[in-house]
Design a protein around this ligand. Sequence first.
Ligand SMILES: NC(=O)C1=CN([C@@H]2O[C@H](COP(=O)(O)OP(=O)(O)OC[C@H]3O[C@@H](n4cnc5c(N)ncnc54)[C@H](OP(=O)(O)O)[C@@H]3O)[C@@H](O)[C@H]2O)C=CC1
Ligand SMILES: N[C@@H](CCC(=O)N[C@@H](CSC=O)C(=O)NCC(=O)O)C(=O)O
Ligand SMILES: [Zn+2]
Ligand SMILES: [Zn+2]
Length: 377
Amino acid sequence: MSTQGKVITCKAAVAYEANRPLVIEDVEVAPPQAGEVRVQILFTALCHTDAYTWSGKDPEGLFPCILGHEAAGIVESVGEGVTEVQPGDHVIPCYQAECKECKFCKSGKTNLCGKIRGATGVGVMMNDKKSRFSVKGTPIYHFMGTSTFSQYTVVHDVSVAKIDPKAPLEKVCLLGCGVPTGLGAVWNTAKVEAGSNVAIFGLGTVGLAVAEGAKAAGASRIIGVDIDNRKFDRAKDFGVTEFVNPKDHEKPIQQVLVDMTDGGVDYSFECIGNVSIMRAALECCHKGWGTSVIVGVAASGQEIATRPFQLVTGRVWKGTAFGGFKSRSQVPQLVDKYMNKEIKIDEYITHTLTLEEINKAFELLHGGDCLRCVLKV
Ligand SMILES: NC(=O)C1=CN([C@@H]2O[C@H](COP(=O)(O)OP(=O)(O)OC[C@H]3O[C@@H](n4cnc5c(N)ncnc54)[C@H](OP(=O)(O)O)[C@@H]3O)[C@@H](O)[C@H]2O)C=CC1
Ligand SMILES: N[C@@H](CCC(=O)N[C@@H](CSC=O)C(=O)NCC(=O)O)C(=O)O
Ligand SMILES: [Zn+2]
Ligand SMILES: [Zn+2]
């Protein structure tokens, strides 16, 4: 029996309060309105940004909400006026939208899209500024315009990328966030050239994807910086050529890197979300041209600092969101790259669990062993 136009009751993990275990609930998911798409989520992974918002440190964090933004699924139904996807299409929800019409999308200078960002930042849909989720009549906020910790979700049509139906959804769900972010930070934001020296702070999924991207770009030295020595063995498989643990040194880590590289690295990437490390990442860059890219997300109230002299003398500070990739146009291309074995995905998946086990998955995220945990929804 078709569910089109009807409310669907399904399981979802609801975050009622910061830091309180998520609750698996029967959630009512309203049909998609004009310009919206209802998606059956089959697989979702956890990213550290989910943990960040759950921790209560995200200024845009709203509760109760349904978290999750790294997923893959199948379109169940579409609202009026939706032309680019139809029921049965395999899709990846994209927290970074791409409308192709707003001034951001048309600028050619950024992947940020302005069309629906105002609504996704306050946990609702653009049409009526309301949520499509409820539990016993109580609205539950959306998160990042995706809310993938649910068997069904509703997203804006500008936030959904149609992909090759042959692609394994249990793998390509990772192309919703962490892997593209790291690859794109190198290829789109920094534009690392062959022969460059690169430093990566934080060897989680995002940092390792930076390493993979830097290796593909032909970087000659890829220096991984992490506080856990056990990270190096795994990092070598992603392209890291040298490892530095700040705890093994008395000097500040930026000085250690400057000494190792004849004046500093050409490119550095902060993949942790720690503002002191962001400073170190800038200051380990070479005078005159070194570029540092902030990838990590820092908590509300945190600010970055350095001596302006660092910039006066030619270092460049940048940031990246979703690695600069234009989501609807380029996520399908990344899926094709995976299918052609040009980029890794499987190697980032260290754990697989079910949606019911989501609290265990969040615990795993805080142990050094877990890169991505994929949940069967
Ligand atoms: N800009 C964007 O578009 C995106 C940003 N992000 C952000 O990127 C960051 C990384 O995400 P993800 O890879 O999932 O997170 P992870 O937590 O898996 O990676 C961070 C790594 O840094 C290590 N680390 C922690 N403190 C230090 C330190 N002081 N020095 C060196 N290493 C340290 C962690 O070790 P341990 O595990 O032992 O703590 C971990 O290995 C997060 O802030 C996330 O929110 C994510 C996706 C997109
Ligand atoms: N609400 C957060 C925003 C944190 C943030 O910067 N998010 C990244 C994606 S992180 C994915 O895992 C991003 O793309 N930002 C651009 C955007 O428009 O949100 C906060 O305020 O800290
Ligand atoms: Zn993420
Ligand atoms: Zn746009």
